[in-house]
Design a protein around this ligand. Sequence first.
Ligand SMILES: Cc1ncc(COP(=O)(O)O)c(C=O)c1O
Length: 373
Amino acid sequence: MKLENIKSELNKLKNNNNLRSLKSYPNNLLNLSSNDYMGLAEDNILRKEFYLKYSNLPLSSSSSRLITGNFPLIEELEKKLKDIYGKSALTFNSGFDGNCCIIETFCNKDTLVLSDKLNHASIHDGIIHSGAKLHRYRHLDLDHLESLILKYKDEFSDIFVISETIYSMDGDSVDLEKLINLKKKYNFTLMIDEAHSYGVYSYGMAYELNLVEFIDFLIIPLGKGGGSIGAYLLTDKILKEYIINKGRKFIYTTALPPINIAWNLFLLEKMNSFQVPRNNLNELILYTHNLIKEFNLTTFSTSHIISILVGSNEKIDIICKNLIEKGFLVYPVKEPTVPKGTSRIRIGLNPNISQNDIYNFLKELKYELNSIL
Ligand SMILES: Cc1ncc(COP(=O)(O)O)c(C=O)c1O
């Protein structure tokens, strides 16, 4: 930890146009970078209704769940989740904590973890901390996953497979039915992360496809389409009990404040009723994908998350700066978040964005891409 080394690392990042910094922007820009896919976090009417119902809740829980932080609202929330999903529920303070905790608690040096190459950093960190043997299969390539299972199944009795549903950087999705069929065939432990599908798919993709019962660990981070903070885990009763006893990132942390738990409960109870914004979002997704084809732009996306590949860090910085000046709030996504040379402009659609907004944005983006070639 020598200061000269730290300075030199930062300089290297700067020279590669890859130095991160914290910025804030005026709120009159069209925000295309938010993960509030259902517009729930921004919904003033919903917020007013919430504060009328829950007017004076504490802003801290002041203790971990195992001491005095297990207040009745959390129990009510987890009971409601159990009624909906038919599995025991446990709340984590964040998706990052939840992913790390599950993997660290249930995997060890005798476990083989097979993880999609583009799984989130929290999944990767959990695997590294657990000491498990790791193989990453090609992104969404379930044939490659099966070949790895066949190769290693005699060597490892404990195989743990991890996938997300919709991927945050490419906006593409796993074939969940095919993955569950593999699970039925080979009987591995399956963990699924619904961070980018919850809300857009109401209670999530697994729920909509009636597949929850086959997933050992279904984790639902709430900071995106869930319009909140924290994460739900749906799992078997005995596995929940094990985390309560052994999961360090569950045990040794202050529970989410009652106000956040109440907001989670409030949204959960309404999640199925957001059909109008959900339909509007689906129409916008269709419109945007058609327009991307018309403008001859390239994306791997099939969903509300759309990445347009630019490639170089230098070009993407200029394009984003110009687009921000034109009123579109877009961030460049660079390595290490995405592989080197695949820097991209990533947008997240939501029902508050109009078709006209998207038309203007894509027109300007096309112009910028053509101008910089
Ligand atoms: C797939 C995925 N899982 C987990 C997380 C972490 O969730 P949280 O922001 O609640 O820590 C994220 C978000 O950043 C994510 O994209």
